[in-house]
Design a protein around this ligand. Sequence first.
Ligand code: 13P
Ligand code: SF4
Length: 302
Amino acid sequence: MNDLQNRIAQLKQEKNAAILAHYYVRDEVQEVADYVGDSFYLSKAATEITNDTLVFCGVSFMGESAKLLNPGKKVLMPDKTADCPMAHMADIHRIQNLREQYNDLAVVCYINSTAELKRYSDVCVTSSNALKIVKNLPNQHIFFIPDGNLGRHIAAQVPEKEFIFNDGCCYVHADLTAEQIKKVKNTYPDAKFLAHPECRQEVLTLADFIGSTSEIIQYAKSDAAKEFIIGTELGVLYELKKNNPDKTFYPASPALQCSDMKKITLEKIIYVLENDANAVHITDEESIQANAPLERMLELSR
Ligand code: 13P
Ligand code: SF4
């Protein structure tokens, strides 16, 4: 262990803290984390961890969700400016207008959203449970926020329901084009293309497998293929390479990097643990309203 890793281990003990990290953060941050996973795994883990303090190595909506699900715990964010632009890309007035228009409307909110948007939603979903949850909702009309790409991907698999889409997107995934994928496929004709559903439809139609980050990691591990083109943020390469030393992974594009996730560093983890800094605060009123759709997600995905 180097000096930074030693200091983190010491602080974790002193503060009775656990470190949670998303697959998109830097390799060295994933290495010191106690729990590494996709958004669903992390939100579920946050409800089960008994430590007093959670250090959330990810973007603000992840820390907010952990705090909403565990109001009694201290949730520290190594960099409070690490935010997901897509989390803000929906309009509360549009939600209210649509509720007036359709009396059976379900507002389905991707967990990549602010606590404020969650307050106005009926149920949260992540990329790994959205299909199951939407299928099981009794509602006929679904307003899917904020990600238009994930919404369309789910809608295609639930033709019996009527979807209203929102035009938010994740710039990291949405910038990927079909042209780029065709080029990489030509270079590596034996490789399977694995894509995250935040990618555009034209990209998803070229995929051999579409799934959340942990589903992509699971697929690469269990599939017989030896080469894969990775269509999601490149932080997943750390876990992919660790699990599959005999397999080769090619980035679909070198630009698949989330600059907010990469803001998290070991030095910042040490700083927040030493100073109890950047604690997530949510008012009681916000907490009650925004927690309900998250709890409903956990319940419906059981
Ligand atoms: P998942 O963790 O559900 O794969 O979502 C990816 C993502 O964009 C997180 O910011
Ligand atoms: Fe947001 Fe995209 Fe970054 Fe995930 S990868 S945090 S969706 S910008």
